[in-house]
Design a protein around this ligand. Structure first.
Ligand SMILES: [Zn+2]
Length: 247
């Protein structure tokens, strides 16, 4: 799986988000990389690239696991992920740890509660309005339905805005934040508001197909739902530091 061929859409406003340095436990000897810091410094002769951090290393210092070359700095993090079952060996080169069906289901459930509460609040506002308008005289049927339709429209707009703004701004809705999930592009960078907006309607499609679009998450090797396939997004565990930037 070559990540470089995996972004069908071009986005000028994409902000890379995985530049955060992994915690101390992950890269214990990150300080011993003078050649990487200077970039053009002297490289060790007969060097090969570590598949995870892309730093040149002497060939004999690289450990080869499942056809992935791993340097000493990357080894603890890679082994940790394999041990914890966060990643399968075939995916060792991937920087991202994809989130599975049940965790995403729970996140969606929380978002459902939030939106239901918001819809309920909007109905609460509309109700006295209907009563006020109706006071004294008979409210024409037209207005009764007009207010109902307006209410539904506002609830729809709120739903679209909720997903678009939170995904575009933070990469996560409240439900995803609660479960440590994040929506990213295949290379791990943040999604734009435009993509977040499109993804909302991708989810509508997944739901319309009797939720099969959501169920696909459970079976796809990168845990993509139909909406992830259509919009070129992935849902990842935010708190698992990336192994590499896939440079
Ligand atoms: Zn490395």
């Amino acid at each position: 799986m070559n990540p470089a061929t995996d972004f069908p859409m071009d986005e000028p406003d994409a902000r890379p988000t995985i530049g955060v340095p992994p915690d101390e436990a992950v890269k214990p000897d990150a300080g011993v990389l003078p050649e990487s810091a200077s970039g053009e410094g002297e490289r060790p002769e007969a060097s090969a690239l570590c598949d995870l951090c892309r730093q040149p290393r002497p060939e004999d210092e690289l450990l080869v696991l499942w056809r992935t070359r791993i340097c000493a700095s990357c080894k603890p993090a890679a082994l940790h992920r394999l041990r914890e079952g966060l990643i399968v060996p075939e995916r060792l080169q991937s920087a991202l740890v994809y989130a599975g069906f049940w965790r995403r289901f729970l996140a969606k459930f929380i978002d459902g509660l939030v939106l239901a509460a918001a819809n309920w609040a909007m109905s609460l506002v509309a109700m006295p309005l209907l009563i006020l308008l109706n006071a004294g005289s008979e409210l024409p049927v037209f207005w009764f339905f007009a207010i109902q339709i307006l209410l539904m429209f506002l609830q729809f707009v709120f739903g679209v805005s909720y997903y678009t703004w939170l995904h575009g701004r933070f990469g996560a809705t409240l439900g995803k934040m609660a479960l440590g999930l994040k929506v990213v592009r295949p290379d791990g960078s943040a999604i734009s508001y435009r993509r977040a907006f499109g993804r909302y309607f991708g989810e509508v499609l997944s739901a319309l197909l009797l939720y099969v679009g959501y169920l696909m998450v459970a079976f796809d090797e990168e845990k993509r739902g139909l909406h992830d396939l259509v919009c070129a997004t992935r849902v990842i565990h935010k708190n698992v530091p990336p192994l590499s930037l896939g440079a």
